[in-house]
Write a protein that binds this ligand. Sequence first.
Ligand SMILES: NC(=O)c1ccc[n+]([C@@H]2O[C@H](COP(=O)([O-])OP(=O)(O)OC[C@H]3O[C@@H](n4cnc5c(N)ncnc54)[C@H](OP(=O)(O)O)[C@@H]3O)[C@@H](O)[C@H]2O)c1
Length: 383
Amino acid sequence: MTDPFQPADPRATDRRFMAAAIALARQGVGRTRPNPSVGAVLVQHTPSGPVVVGAGRTADGGRPHAERQALAQAGAAARGATCYCTLEPCSHFGRTSPCADALIEAGVAAVVVACVDPNPAVAGEGLVRLRNAGISVRQGVRTEEAATTLSGHMSRMVRGRPHVALKLALSADGAIGRRGEGGIAITGPAWGRQTHLLRAAHDAIAVGIGTVLADDPSLTCRLPGMAARSPDRIILDTDARTPTNARLFADRKVPVLIFVALDADPARCEALQAAGAVLLAVPRAGAGLDLAAALGMLSERGIGSVLVEGGAGIAEALAAADLIDEAWLVRAPHLLGGDLVRPFGGDPVAALSENLVIDARDVAGSDFLTHMKRTCSQASSQT
Ligand SMILES: NC(=O)c1ccc[n+]([C@@H]2O[C@H](COP(=O)([O-])OP(=O)(O)OC[C@H]3O[C@@H](n4cnc5c(N)ncnc54)[C@H](OP(=O)(O)O)[C@@H]3O)[C@@H](O)[C@H]2O)c1
């Protein structure tokens, strides 16, 4: 099968409609676990120009897939159309038949893909199926952009752990708090709102027990109308010290997962379970728990992305183990002074530069944001 009406500049057209598919995928990030948020746009190329006949993203909870939704919208108009997908259509039987088969049955003429799926159950097989059915396949369009919406899935499939993003709010003197005080507002309301948006775009938020004891945080998404977008809360608490009356337990609808040591006190663990927590046991390692083991367990539970909002202990331990993939470092213009908690000696940008590069600098109200991420080569070399 070939496109009946080739666009004048096929590469520009591919990039244009892949941008639309990526925009759709972005809307689902943080909502589609355990599946990735994928975008799909079906376009009929007609003599008078391209016409979108169907579009969709992976539904909340992971089903139906994006391609299914786009095909359902298009109906008979899918025949002869081009499907722009941010991720290779699946080729394996899960709860439904493969999307590659659905595209073949619908009679699409071409499929354009941003990223090949590293899931061993797919891994290029979706593209092979499409080609074998005579469908024209183009790949590698806006790959890097699409990959930002798929980072959790890619990380789970390639490294067996979630994508880890660290968020730190710092004072001008490089502090995240004062020892023994807890709960100090360092950054302003603009970054506060951004933080809640970031929470909504992740599958889980993680802190250490130090932050629970110092700040007693809720760790929910509290933007108007977005309460249902709160991700799971994760506490790294070696000896099960989380208080059973912690604010975390006020909202029973949002899960609380507490990692403890294999030998943590059983009575404390039972009390936390009774308070509503799910307890997960991992070996002790370093200054607390085996972080790689904990992340592996989260991946097995379908959690693809974790926003770490912990204090110095967790941030430095993750960095030392090279388990941070992205960092949101926000610096307020004022000094804090006093007995300061200063992770990374007050200069996290320098400390994280060993494995991450500065991707963007921005302002949020009166605060200054530095965003860091792994480069593609660093990401692919990670195990
Ligand atoms: N400004 C900000 O962005 C921000 C954010 C959060 C917190 N804070 C501030 O940070 C301070 C708390 O710092 P913190 O370092 O105590 O908090 P934390 O990093 O959230 O918690 C540290 C605790 O996590 C536990 N842990 C479990 N496994 C670990 C591992 N592998 N490596 C290291 N720790 C592990 C340890 O306690 P166990 O061994 O008992 O498990 C450790 O003491 C407070 O002042 C708080 O207000 C600021």
